[in-house]
Ligand binder design. Sequence first.
Ligand SMILES: Cc1cc2nc3c(=O)[nH]c(=O)nc-3n(C[C@H](O)[C@H](O)[C@H](O)COP(=O)(O)OP(=O)(O)OC[C@H]3O[C@@H](n4cnc5c(N)ncnc54)[C@H](O)[C@@H]3O)c2cc1C
Length: 303
Amino acid sequence: MADLPFPFLREHVPLAPLTTWRIGGPARYLAEPPAEKMPDLLAWARSAGLPVWILGRGSNVLIDDKGLSGLVILTRNIWQEIRHEGDFLVAGAGVSLPRLCKAAAAEGYSGFEFFIGIPGTVGGAVFMNAGFGPGDPRDTRAVLEDVGLVRRDGEVTRVPAADLRMDYRHSVLQDAGNALGDAVVTDARFRLEHPGDAAAIRDETRKHLADRKRKQPLTRPTAGSVFRASDGVPAAVHIDRAGLKGYRVGDACVSPKHANWIENLGHATAADVRALIDHVRTTVQKVFGVTLEPEVRELGGGG
Ligand SMILES: Cc1cc2nc3c(=O)[nH]c(=O)nc-3n(C[C@H](O)[C@H](O)[C@H](O)COP(=O)(O)OP(=O)(O)OC[C@H]3O[C@@H](n4cnc5c(N)ncnc54)[C@H](O)[C@@H]3O)c2cc1C
């Protein structure tokens, strides 16, 4: 095996255990770099002709069964710092959202409670504008001040949240062709605006967790909501009314508990999930004339 150019680089790393769906083949290369090495790492990937993917906690991705034949930058174990700076909380992109929520509460601030049950990272939350449903003000944009980014050309920059044009499950980071498209988030600065009573914050987070337990299949491998809401109507409403709860392809199953979630019953493949997604989309289109757009991000397999 040839020597690898960086000490933080590994080869042929299984990715399924690094996703909440437990699906997907291996990464050709996987890196867990210090933030300051990102420009060098991206330059190496460019010179080697390797496509690059970023993976946080893998809670919103469908990774192809063949894996990713390029470089995966994994953030869940790196970029972990959280610090209180004046009116802000600064968090590394690899910080988990429940940890961010607890850190804000420990500093005596509310406004972060909605993060408690979202099993992603700060970077993934910025990329997706993670939060509650369309029209609900509780999302990442509501508390975000600015972010540290490394663009794919290696330029390190700091960008105000307004420039990310965040909207329901969208940020400009998702837009190919934009100068910030596919930029890597290395840290984020959040506003501490609402001093909160510790007991009230605790009650609020407990309530969020209890709501989720009641409505969501949290004991199964899933990736949360599979489809975006369309015209403000939750996708689950259409999927449920189309009678698709419990519908299966292989080991991928429309959750009997929440119609917009797909459970991995044990050995589901990305091909199973893709076929199930296609079936759901076609059926909902046929029955209601509504086109469902996936919220989960496909990595590899042309996606
Ligand atoms: C049980 C469960 C509940 C969920 N509930 C919610 C919910 O209430 N609201 C909600 O919005 N989502 C929810 N999700 C989905 C998911 O947790 C969020 O989208 C989360 O923000 C994804 O973060 P992640 O770190 O897991 O990202 P990943 O799944 O690893 O990646 C998602 C996308 O973000 C990109 N990305 C990740 N990190 C970075 C980075 N540092 N820089 C640039 N791009 C990056 C990836 O390349 C990928 O395209 C849920 C998922 C599960 C499994």
